[in-house]
Design a protein around this ligand. Structure first.
Ligand SMILES: Cc1ncc(COP(=O)(O)O)c(C=O)c1O
Length: 382
């Protein structure tokens, strides 16, 4: 398939998503995780057809969706999904919060690995629990799970662990060994692993994504997967996430989800996801080729214009985690927004290990990537 090209800035500025409306018109916005590419044609066609037929009602249970996801998971990861252990939710955030409600009481501890997707902290706060941070360990441009600290946190009575797999913002794809370790500890200490796999289809060719529930029986007996087509096919506004289990006891637990969880997903999101999983692979692969080039291009322009910044090329997703500590600026995203007119995600929101960092979304044109880095350099290098 031909390359998927980013829309022009003129067209992007006509979009009404928060990314494009949330900043002054001279700011180049590269924070929120959505892509600047046009969505896949089969998804466009499906949505246009639904609108033309006024097919705009409630969704409810859509049996075609588990079947489509299972087909995609089999083809992409050789994962056998049980279509009878499948729930919907408005989005992955709602899925995470509703599952946390099932297994925690206010004051309980929930583990995460910073620097991590900032909303994991807000999900935990929403259910009045306490986050317990087990930071990832940086190792020569790669990242690793701190299994010893994870065991300490589990032994200390944590009720759940939100695993970001693949990891936003560092792009780490957990290895089989790491996943087996997590599964073993979860079984030993009876901790529910909520594996957020929303970025999984965005994994680059050099890494092998292994779905957490495909690891072994221990993982299945203490794990649940939450995911959505929203990240990989750019459908966040359509609101539909999937909750998947592969164990009778976990399925019974999930039967305790409020019935409204499924009904609060949207019909558009449900059917766009069916089409994404069934027919969206060609588009996704073309986008991945583009992102592959962009992640390397970004390394090149960072090296040229921001020589003191550190950026390790991610193995998944279109987010770049950039260490700006050498420039010694407190809250660099604030300064860069104000003075360089580039909006980036604030590293400190990803946990204390994120201080001095920014996250940049490279699912855009190379011109925008270069412009952002040059604007940043004008402030940081002078
Ligand atoms: C790890 C992770 N989980 C969940 C989400 C949000 O998903 P949703 O919009 O379906 O709530 C994001 C968005 O960037 C994310 O990175």
């Amino acid at each position: 398939m031909a390359k998927v090209k980013a829309d022009s800035l003129k067209d992007l500025r006509l979009r009404r998503s928060a990314k494009w409306r949330g900043f002054e018109s001279d700011v180049l916005p590269l924070p929120v995780a959505e892509m600047d590419f046009p969505i896949a044609k089969p998804i466009q066609d499906e949505l246009i057809d639904m609108i033309k037929r006024s097919d705009t009602g409630y969704g409810g249970i859509i049996p075609e969706l588990p079947a489509a996801f299972a087909g995609f998971a089999k083809r992409r990861w050789d994962w056998d999904v049980d279509v009878d252990q499948f729930h919907l939710a408005t989005d992955v955030g709602v899925a995470g919060v509703e599952i946390l409600r099932l297994v925690t009481q206010p004051g309980d501890k929930v583990v995460l690995n910073s620097p991590v997707y900032m909303n994991f902290f807000t999900w935990i706060k929403e259910v009045k629990c306490e986050p317990v941070d087990v930071p990832l360990i940086p190792a020569n441009g790669e990242w690793a799970l701190d299994a010893t600290a994870l065991e300490t946190a589990f032994a200390d009575g944590a009720k759940a662990f939100i695993l970001c797999h693949p990891h936003n913002p560092v792009g780490h794809v957990f290895s089989r060994e790491e996943l087996e370790k997590i599964a073993h500890l979860a079984a030993k200490y009876n901790v529910l692993v909520i594996s957020d796999e929303i970025h999984a289809p965005l994994t680059f060719a050099e890494a092998q994504f292994i779905p957490y529930l495909a690891v072994n029986d221990e993982a299945r007996a203490h794990g649940v997967c939450i995911t959505s087509a929203s990240k990989s096919w750019n459908l966040a506004g359509l609101k539909c996430a999937q909750i998947i289990s592969q164990d009778a006891a976990i399925n019974d637990l999930l039967a305790g989800l409020p019935i409204s969880t499924t009904w609060r997903a949207s019909l558009f999101g449900g059917w766009a996801s069916v089409v994404a999983y069934n027919e969206g692979t060609k588009w996704l692969d073309a986008v991945m080729d583009n992102l592959d080039e962009n992640r390397e291009y970004l390394a090149k322009v960072i090296k040229k214009y921001l020589p003191k910044a550190k950026y390790s090329i991610p193995h998944s997703t279109y987010l770049a985690w950039i260490d700006l500590r050498a420039y010694e600026i407190e809250k660099p995203a604030d300064a860069l927004h104000e003075k360089a007119r580039v909006a980036l995600s604030h590293g400190e929101e990803f946990g204390t290990t994120g201080e001095g960092h920014v996250r940049l979304n490279f699912a855009t044109s190379k011109a925008n990537i270069k412009e952002a880095i040059k604007r940043m350099a004008e402030i940081l290098e002078h």
